[in-house]
Write a protein that binds this ligand. Structure first.
Ligand SMILES: [Zn+2]
Length: 251
């Protein structure tokens, strides 16, 4: 096959994935065989779950579109072309359940604090993560770009920040979760939804001071952890308020 050139322009923050070789977001690829646009995009370092719209020679296309001659491609991230209804969107804007890789323990805890369902096992292998993702239809959260590029990944996100609070805001924003946030409704240890529990049912498990000063309790039905508005509560509440107000200020 005669060699041909694919010229890609990456929009929005997709430039983050290109590194220093393309400060203007443009990359040219010289190819010698028919290739899917998805493979061409990922060869530039951009994982497909980060891509919402691809326009090839003026036409909005799917990831399986093959290129076999000179083309110009425009590649857009999620949220960049919401108003253009004629475009084919390749990602769901809203997903409510997640699986996080073993390096994202703090992000997982934060999201659970907000009531978001995040499966997490610190020691999970890549295969196990992908298995949970596929069988439970979860979106994958990982800073491992190679993993996000795996062919079985449909939905996922690469947290930009290394800071867990920033990552939390990013995830809530990316997946449009704000109206589903329900603080203190999920077990921070094992992810199960908490249940209200009568003080009388757990009173033998409480320390004397807790017994005296608190009357409202929630319990995890799975790992039996008991939650109440103790000393750590106001600290957590403050963090939640901070994150909430940042989300409101920067929609
Ligand atoms: Zn639990």
């Amino acid at each position: 096959m005669k060699p041909f050139t694919v010229r890609l322009r990456f929009h929005g923050d997709l430039g983050l994935f290109l590194g220093s070789r393309a400060s203007d977001g443009v990359i040219e690829r010289r190819l010698t065989e028919k290739t899917s646009i998805k493979d061409v995009i990922e060869s530039c370092g951009v994982p497909h779950p980060e891509v919402d719209v691809v326009v090839v020679n003026g036409h909005s296309v799917g990831f399986d579109e093959t290129v076999a001659g000179e083309v110009e491609a425009e590649v857009f991230p999620i949220g960049h072309c919401r108003t253009r209804s004629t475009y084919k969107h390749l990602q769901y804007s809203r997903i409510l359940i997640f699986v996080a890789d073993g390096h994202l323990g703090k992000l997982t805890r934060n999201l659970r604090l907000f009531g978001v369902d995040v499966a997490y096992d610190q020691n999970a292998s890549d295969e196990q993560l992908l298995e949970v993702m596929t069988s439970e239809n979860r979106a994958l959260l990982t800073r491992d770009r190679r993993l996000l590029m795996h062919a079985v990944v449909q939905h996922g996100y690469w947290p930009r920040s290394q800071n867990a609070d920033e990552q939390t805001i990013e995830v809530i924003r990316r997946f449009d979760l704000l109206e589903f946030v329900a603080p203190f409704t999920r077990c921070l240890r094992c992810n199960a939804p908490l249940e209200e529990t009568a003080k009388a049912d757990i009173i033998d498990k409480l320390e004397p001071l807790t017994k005296t000063y608190y009357n409202q309790f929630r319990r995890c039905p799975r790992c039996k952890q008991i939650y109440w508005a103790g000393s750590h509560f106001s600290k957590l509440q403050k963090r939640i308020d901070e994150i909430h107000s940042r989300l409101r200020d920067q929609p």
